[in-house]
Design a protein around this ligand. Structure first.
Ligand code: BGC
Ligand code: BGC
Length: 597
């Protein structure tokens, strides 16, 4: 917590800086630029206040050392300006420092929701903050406070749960993990990282078909319209922010979505009257990526509207000259008051001071060994074990018996990219050996807990496995791993969540070759599994576990018990989606379901 003395000192320093600053310097502070869109020279020339890497915005080569060097180089130039105000660098470290090859990748929030374990979530955020600090990044666009109401949404996995209370509990724990290195709020500590509760507000409540965004594909729900009355908005979607502010949130990101007939970025009522005035938020509001541009096609008008609505920093992210030009003109023409500019800049500077950025603006190479360290990977492995939900376990098949001799393993059991999901090295994620980690195959083969022979074939063709008489060898147990192909944001909006024909055929093919069948589903949300559930003796919902799938092997082999409980309702059919429009009767598995071993 900040002492009164510190607050006064910061207020005085902010006031002194404001007296010195030119309009250009002030507007520079309000400008957040994507790092590939700007030169080092322009960082100085335009007094840029913030820089970011979007999903996949890594340096080349993509190593932790190189990240630190890149960020430090930008910082050097920011500090080279007349008033030497440090810039703040942000990334989406939404499940670990996930753009960095070699960083620990934790389970996505949907899986952490299933752990019901705020202490674990706090530790994960702490580990992530240390990995960020090593690379000079003290600003994380997380946690998501989204409360997804329709799992067709491509960001379902970023929400801890469909229920407000669980989202509140775990997102506050995450925020504390980032900002409270010693268990109390201390943004000034060397490894504290500023969190960004997002997306304010109602991002999880958009209706299917309400999106007008087209980025290579037509978005369906993402960035759409949250069509609920104010009481519902407050109860379902605003509630987590109240607790996050109490816990010390100093930056909030506005939502791409709309409410009350307008884009959130234009919504003065919610941004200024509710968040800043009613709830007393004294930190700064950052926009989402190019979101100001969505308010209206006239960019000047869009800038004026958003800044007057209460936006303090604009994630431009590309054409910063145009933004700076428009906002300068708006101030000169009296469309945005100097008072509003001073308020925005004060908020930004205050948070930078609270963070100790002026004193410690650079990366901490001595922390580089912490990036992807054994201890952090161990924590991720534990989180994987706690997040998997056992949906079916006929005859107590799991954990597997010690005398299991032969296991056939099929499907996506050996793909780090698929097990990591979206927001992993690339914005959309991708399949393949994208980073360091452990797949289920590697974990089973290396495990000292079993002597079983493991035979892997991705396509479930075990034709070469024959017994002494040349007949097809039957395995004691087969394990089929299904993976929803990674995606992020509206590119993951789906009209249908059925399994593919190939997946169903794979299950049938493997089923015929084993006495018992385990299905493990890695996905960003519940999929429709009703038709294949009958073929499985055991079914595990693993969500997107991240880089340490050894946590799944621990469960299969009985080294750890299954304890995960669903953080979302699991529908029986598409007719049961969305939740609030549910007319299809009982779900396949209710919220909170999960068998124990
Ligand atoms: C997403 C945000 C993210 C930002 C920066 C946007 O498209 O909606 O969640 O923080 O990009 O990557
Ligand atoms: C960025 C993301 C961003 C998205 C929005 C991507 O190129 O990497 O961070 O959210 O664009 O369109």
């Amino acid at each position: 917590m900040q002492s009164v003395n510190q607050q006064t000192a910061h207020a005085e320093r902010v006031a002194a800086l404001l007296r010195e600053m030119t309009l250009a310097e002030k507007i520079g502070q309000m400008t957040l630029v994507e790092k590939n869109s700007i030169t080092l020279h322009d960082v100085e020339r335009y007094f840029i206040g913030g820089l970011l890497s979007g999903g996949g915005g890594y340096p080349s080569p993509n190593t932790p050392e190189n990240w630190g060097k890149m960020v430090d180089e930008f910082q050097k130039h920011a500090l080279n300006t007349r008033l030497a105000i440090p810039m703040i660098y942000g990334v989406d470290a939404v499940h670990g420092h996930n753009n960095v090859v070699g960083a620990t990748i934790f389970p996505h929030n949907i899986g952490l929701g299933a752990t019901r374990n705020p202490q674990l979530v706090r530790q994960i955020a702490r580990a992530t903050a240390v990995e960020l600090a090593a690379t000079g990044i003290y600003w994380n666009y997380a946690p998501a406070l989204s409360v997804p109401q329709d799992i067709r949404w491509g960001r379902t996995f970023e929400g801890f749960s469909e229920r407000t209370e669980l989202v509140t509990e775990l997102s506050v724990a995450y925020l504390e993990g980032l900002q409270n290195p010693q268990g109390v709020l201390d943004l000034d500590a060397p490894t504290a990282v500023l969190g960004t509760p997002k997306h304010f507000v109602g991002d999880g409540g958009t209706s299917f078909g309400s999106s007008t965004t087209f980025i290579a594909v037509q978005y369906l729900l993402d960035q759409g319209v949250t069509d609920v009355d104010e009481a519902t908005l407050r109860e379902l979607h605003l509630a987590p922010y109240l607790r996050a502010l109490e816990a010390g949130a100093r930056c909030v990101m506005a939502s791409f979505s709309s409410w009350g007939g307008m884009k959130m970025h234009a919504n003065r009522y919610l941004l200024t009257e509710v968040l800043k005035n009613e709830l007393g938020f004294s930190g700064f509001i950052v926009t989402d990526w190019e979101a100001v541009n969505q308010i209206t096609p006239d960019y000047y008008e869009a800038v004026v509207t958003s800044i007057n609505a209460g936006i303090d920093m604009n994630m431009v992210p590309f054409d910063y000259k145009k933004f700076i030009h428009c906002l300068t003109k708006a101030v000169n023409d009296g469309d945005v008051s100097m008072q509003r500019i001073d308020d925005a800049v004060s908020r930004i500077l205050r948070v930078k001071l609270e963070m100790g950025l002026f004193e410690r603006p650079y990366s901490q190479p001595k922390l580089l060994p912490e990036v992807g360290s054994a201890a952090h990977r161990q924590l991720a492995r534990e989180a994987v074990a706690q997040s998997a939900v056992l949906l079916k376990n006929e005859g107590n098949l799991l954990p597997l018996a010690k005398d299991t001799r032969l296991i056939f393993l099929a499907g996506e059991a050996n793909d780090l990219g698929l097990q990591s999901g979206g927001w992993s090295i690339e914005w959309q994620g991708k399949s393949g050996p994208i980073t360091d980690g452990t797949t289920l195959l590697a974990a089973l083969v290396d495990s000292e807990s079993t002597d079983s022979q493991v035979v892997f074939d991705r396509f479930g063709n075990f034709d070469d496995q024959v017994n002494a008489n040349g007949e097809p060898q039957q395995a004691d147990v087969a394990v089929v791993v299904l993976a929803e192909h990674p995606y992020a944001e509206g590119k993951g909006d789906r009209i249908d969540l059925a399994l593919s024909k190939e997946e169903q055929e794979l299950i049938a093919r493997v089923r015929a070759r084993a006495g018992k069948l385990v299905i493990i589903l890695m996905s960003g949300r519940p999929l429709i599994i009703t038709d294949v559930l009958g073929q499985a003796d055991a079914f595990v919902a693993a969500f997107w576990p991240g880089s340490e799938a050894a946590g799944l092997a621990d469960l299969l082999l009985g080294d750890k018990p299954f304890t995960g409980k669903l953080s979302y309702t699991w529908p029986r059919s598409m007719e049961q989606i969305p939740l609030n429009g549910n007319t299809g009767g009982e779900p396949l598995f209710p919220f909170g379901f999960g068998l124990s071993t």
